[in-house]
Design a protein around this ligand. Sequence first.
Ligand code: NAP
Length: 322
Amino acid sequence: MAETIRMSYRSLGQCGLKVSVLSLGGWLTFGKELTEGTLVQRLVRRAVEAGINFFDLADVYAHGAAEEVMGRALVEWPRHSLVISSKVFYPTGNGPNDRGLSRKHIMESAERSLRRIGTDYLDLYFCHRYDAETPLEETARAMDDLVRQGKVLYWGTSEWSGGQIRAIQELCRAAGWHRPQVEQPQYSLIARKKFEQQVRPAVLEAGLGAVTWSPLAMGLLTGKYDEGLPADSRMAKEEWLQENRYTAENRDRVRRMKALADRLGCSRAQLAIAWVVRQEAVSSVILGVTRPEQLEDNLRALQVNIGDEVNEQLNALFPVSA
Ligand SMILES: NC(=O)c1ccc[n+]([C@@H]2O[C@H](COP(=O)([O-])OP(=O)(O)OC[C@H]3O[C@@H](n4cnc5c(N)ncnc54)[C@H](OP(=O)(O)O)[C@@H]3O)[C@@H](O)[C@H]2O)c1
């Protein structure tokens, strides 16, 4: 029988929404690595059974297939018990209007995401990146309209800079529009600098929640790349992800991290996830998995108590410079 996990729930920044501290995302996994219905169902069932209520998607994940397969698996649970997100920005077609944060693309992509997921509303809707070609007013007004139409409950940004986060908050407050409540940044022991030095101060100032992505640096922090690139691993299949990540220095750090995990009696994956969970401003850590065993491993991060001494050693091993 699967182990009982004690999930906890955090407020999304200053708003009333509660998200599970671990969540499950669909990038490169659902609809791509994971297409088989029974396996998808098994993973999603285990996630919900473990208390995960937040599922993170995007219009571009597996060209829309991630929304379809996860949406189908999620129909088993009452809609009110779930927090479902999607995102808009990256190209969904070849046309000049099939991308970006124009009113046209936001409205059209939101409709398609709702249809693929099979839901009437998204709990969270993210601007997947900043769009320098569209006036901020146009994007903010379109998002506000989606909220007023009831198609989106809360909106947010992903990988926006501190300055961009401040600017959109100011604009929405001045105009009386619903403002973003959440930012989705990359954050892990290996990718600390942008979030800690630039984004988190703006997130805290605006009272946003941070729901963070790639807690395992694409799997690097599990130790699976200690001896090279396993053939069935993400970074072997997606070579472009190796850049700035699969470095001798990072791999050496991950090897040295093993002693700290051993001391706590946990896996490196659990230690890496538990470290993100304890960081300031983090509302939820979005997991990615290709196998049920990985989900089991990662869920047990909630049982890891890092303590001050190991925390200091982790901070020294993975300095903020990255
Ligand atoms: N907003 C954005 O721009 C953005 C960008 C990226 C991701 N995200 C979100 O964040 C979610 C998580 O990101 P991510 O998938 O990159 O997270 P991650 O935890 O850094 O990497 C997940 C991958 O690592 C491997 N892995 C996971 N647990 C493992 C374990 N216990 N042992 C060994 N290998 C393990 C698996 O890959 P293999 O088995 O294939 O090696 C898995 O697919 C995404 O699904 C998406 O929802 C958002």
